[in-house]
Design a protein around this ligand. Structure first.
Ligand code: NAD
Length: 290
């Protein structure tokens, strides 16, 4: 019999991950503070519940995908939280992006209640998540990973066990730091092409075929060029993750000149367009400047 899962946090990313679980035949109980997000998943076959504790008690294992470590802590260990509902030996799979210190602290809270943690942040974006093609970065015990691998593979095309809890946070923060640097670089490249009088669609394809290509250019520049910017990932989330990267740099003594500059650019972007704007709109700073 396959494991059952509670899924808490049904936003741009979590909603797509929970939908993949359901599509692959898992029994999923859901909770989100936004009733519309819950309704979308109930329409696909999920069972609505009254709290994270209720969802976890019914399922025996829980997955969360939430916007900040503060919210993850409230959902895990606050009143009505997962730790009130999960049984001894139950698993908490945290798919939100956290800093290493945060996930290690939260895993210790879970462990004190007899609940094991698998950290499982993902990389690739909402569009790959919707297609079930996102990549999982896993931190935790190898046997626990093996136990929950069917569920992880129902949501993600690939998964990498990085080491103990905390190790997936490190690689996830690194990959996002690279992605934001690449996004700003792609924006600068597109603006140079535009100001140089080039056809932008042709420039896009030429860059894809060039040594300057990146995953971000390939997947995000089209959203910039078609004017939708619809990446499903906000400036606020980008600043959260850049903050984790800068903190890691400071703790480990690695100077992060590019990440610091990109963080300052995202602060400008948030001031100009708001924290809820798509992260791709960072390129508008350049468009507005020339
Ligand atoms: P989101 O804001 O779209 O979704 C968050 C969801 O959590 C919302 O539905 C919100 O209602 C719910 N929520 C907030 N507080 C809650 C609470 N106290 N109880 C219950 N539900 C609550 O965010 P997202 O884009 O889905 O990102 C979620 C996490 O995944 C973040 O850590 C983000 O960094 C990470 N992530 C996102 C993407 C992406 O492309 N969006 C990619 C990789 C990683």
């Amino acid at each position: 019999m396959s494991e059952s899962y509670a899924f808490i946090g049904l936003g741009h990313l979590g909603g797509n991950l929970a939908a993949s679980l359901i599509r692959n035949g898992f029994a999923v109980t859901v909770f989100d503070r936004d009733p519309t997000a819950v309704e979308r998943l109930v329409a696909l076959g999920a069972t609505a519940t009254s709290s994270p504790a209720d969802a976890a008690a019914r399922a025996g294992n829980a997955i969360s995908c939430l916007p900040s470590p503060k919210v993850s802590e409230a959902v895990l260990a606050g009143p009505g939280g997962l730790l009130e509902g999960l049984p001894q030996g139950g698993t908490w799979i945290e798919m939100s992006t956290n800093g290493r210190d945060d996930i290690m602290r939260l895993a210790a809270l879970a462990s004190a209640k007899g609940v094991e943690t698998l950290e499982c942040p993902v990389t690739g974006g909402v569009h790959l998540a919707a297609a079930g093609k996102i990549t999982a970065l896993v931190g935790g015990d190898a046997a626990l990973y093996a136990r929950h691998r069917p569920a992880i593979e129902a949501m993600c095309a690939r998964s990498f066990l990085m080491g103990p809890v905390g190790s997936a946070a490190v690689i996830k923060v690194i990959t996002n730091m690279l992605a934001f640097i690449h996004l700003v670089a792609a924006g600068e490249a597109l603006m140079l092409a535009k100001q140089g009088g080039l056809d932008l669609a042709q420039s896009y394809h030429a860059i894809v075929a060039s040594s300057g290509n990146s995953f971000v250019h390939e997947t995000e520049s089209q959203l910039i060029l078609n004017g939708s910017y619809d990446i499903g990932f906000t400036m606020d989330l980008a600043l959260k993750d850049l903050g984790f990267a800068l903190a890691m740099g400071e703790q480990s003594g690695v100077p992060l000149d590019l990440a610091s500059r990109v963080n300052a650019i995202f602060q400008q972007g948030k001031a100009a367009y708001g924290g809820a704007a798509w992260s791709t709109q960072i390129v508008k700073l350049l468009e507005d400047a020339v």
